[in-house]
Design a protein around this ligand. Structure first.
Ligand code: MCA
Ligand code: AMP
Length: 487
């Protein structure tokens, strides 16, 4: 038994010649081709690169159907798949790899101090020499299948280890509540290195024997045209803001779509309303987290309640803690196993009775609909990507002449929130905001780089000495000069 392999290849084996993935430029890959390539790659991993069960395989690559085959190959071997955001800088990648200690790093370019490595294209070339028949390693619900890095309040990334049981149970719940069927075609515009794009969009489609129309990157006008070839669309709120901004969005353009899903960040009511007015379709909002996969979803028929993220998925339990703010806690087969190399986090992130503390705060109504009203954790979500202020502050503080810094998220029409830094110079130092932005751009992924830097004499603090970020957000909320990371 190998849970992920059976879930992802099972349906396709009944329709091997069916197209599993069509790329934006029209290349078609059948279920049989994905199946065979995954078997060949499993041989390449084990024979050619010494990967065995429990080993980590890290990958940083651009979107392609072959990534799905590599992900399945890792599951077949019993290895732990570690996808890395393609925006990560070499410095960020090195830090994560030092922690993950992968047996194999799959990456296009070489990177100092990182071995052994191979590009995805080289692995595929090697696969051509191998048999497609591979005897899958036995993997039950408790076997680790993937590790995804998320940051934290300390600024130090932590790897969330997800098991075969986590991934497959979540996928089964979603297929049930979203009524996936083989006829579905998912217009896939999400990156394949996060839960949303990989374990939600791609896994739901493959395990249903449906098809993916896989785009690299997102262009709203193009997406509006491609919607006619699809039945399901999944995106983050920024995708919907940009679709609303396209002249091509209309009832006709969306007529074939039975389900528009949104998650990863809060969606504004105005975005829902504008989209409904333009298309006649209601977006289904759902809620999830890297550590838990999907937690809740609005129903796809019946009442979709705008402003809520719906009710707990089948088998998942959601409750609020007894603090005045209402911290959201989760339990179920979807909740990850542990943080890699960080046993101490088990105590702080889980309650005594085994519920995972999400760090989000919300309210639950009598029908079980969850409304997310804020976050207890210091986190900015920019265009669906998480930015942990502490990580950015540590980089800014390392710049000569910076005494201290505070990084906050300010409302942004396109990204939901944008990253803004407030810095205090050391005595008698003149700080150039642009120099700080350029410096941060070398150290950090582009999406983490502050779009604006304000130099101030001091940061507001409370009696305990804690920086008052809410006050900073209020002070800077009024529009000021903008600088993009590339300027
Ligand atoms: C790109 N840039 C960004 C972002 N994306 N800056 C801030 N925040 C971002 N999210 C930078 C680019 O590097 C570039 O900078 C500049 O902005 C302009 O890029 P643009 O072409 O406008 O952006 P894009 O490439 O079109 O990307 C926008 C995007 C993308 C399509 C919305 O950010 C995206 O794919 N977001 C989805 C993220 C996602 O899948 N999240 C799920 C994780 P420069 O010019 O300086 O290079 S959360 C999850 O999985 C949980 C479990 C859940 O609940 O789903
Ligand atoms: P990540 O750690 O990247 O998986 O991001 C998970 C976080 O995204 C959650 O803890 C929430 O704060 C946020 N999130 C996900 N979906 C939603 C949603 N529908 N509404 C509001 N916030 C969301």
């Amino acid at each position: 038994m190998n849970l992920v392999t059976e879930a992802l290849l099972g349906a396709g084996r009944t329709t091997p010649s069916k197209v599993a993935v069509t790329t934006g430029d029209g290349r078609q890959v059948t279920y049989d081709e994905i199946d065979r390539l995954s078997g060949q790659l499993a041989h390449v991993l084990t024979l050619g690169h010494g990967v065995s069960a429990g080993d980590r395989v890290a990958i940083q690559a651009s979107t392609s159907p072959e990534i799905l085959a590599l992900n399945i190959a890792c599951a077949r071997v019993g290895a732990i798949y570690v996808p890395l955001n393609s925006a990560y800088t070499d410095r960020e990648v090195r830090g994560l790899l030092d922690d993950a200690t992968p047996t194999l790093v799959v990456r296009e370019e070489t990177i100092e101090h990182v071995t052994p490595r191979a590009s995805l294209s080289r692995l595929i070339a090697e696969a051509a020499e191998q048999s497609a028949d591979f005897v899958d390693a036995p993997c039950d619900a408790h076997t680790p299948a993937a590790m995804l890095f998320t940051s934290g309040t300390t600024g130090r990334p932590k790897g969330a280890v997800l098991t075969h049981g986590n991934l497959v149970s979540n996928c089964e719940m979603l297929r049930e509540v979203w009524e996936f069927r083989p006829e579905d075609v998912v217009l896939h515009v999400l990156p394949l290195f996060h839960t949303h794009g990989l374990f939600v969009a791609a896994y739901c489609a493959l395990s249903s024997g449906a098809s993916l129309l896989m785009m690299e990157g997102f262009d709203a006008d193009d997406a509006c045209r491609r919607l006619a070839e699809a039945t399901v669309f999944m995106g983050v709120p920024t995708h919907y803001v940009r679709l609303n901004g396209s002249a091509n969005l209309s009832r006709e353009a969306t007529a074939t779509i039975r389900l528009f899903l949104s998650g990863s960040a809060p969606m504004r009511r105005s975005t829902h309303e504008e989209f409904a007015a333009r298309t006649g379709q209601a977006i289904v909002e759902r809620y999830g987290m890297t550590e838990t996969g999907m937690i809740t979803s609005n129903p796809i028929d019946g009442t979709r309640r705008v402003g809520t993220v719906g009710t707990a998925l089948p088998g998942v339990m959601v409750r609020l803690d007894d603090t005045p703010v209402g911290g959201i806690e989760v339990k179920g087969p979807n909740v990850f196993s542990h943080y890699w190399n960080r046993p101490e986090l088990g105590e702080t992130q889980f309650t005594g009775d085994g519920w995972f503390k999400t760090g989000d705060v919300g309210t639950l109504d009598d029908d079980g609909f969850l409304e997310i009203v804020g976050r207890a954790k210091d986190l900015i979500i920019s265009g669906g990507f998480n930015v942990y202020p502490k990580e950015v502050e540590l980089v800014l503080d390392s710049f000569a002449g910076v005494a201290e810094s505070a990084v906050i998220g300010l409302a942004d029409d396109d990204l939901g929130e944008k990253v803004v830094a407030v810095v205090v110079p050391a005595a008698n130092v003149h700080l150039d905001p642009q120099a700080l932005i350029t410096f941060a751009g070398r150290e950090l992924s582009r999406y983490k780089v502050p779009r604006r830097v304000e130099v101030v004499d001091e940061l507001p603090r409370n009696a305990m000495g804690k920086v008052q970020k809410a006050q900073l957000r209020r002070q800077l909320g009024a529009r000021g000069p903008e600088t993009t990371p590339g300027d």
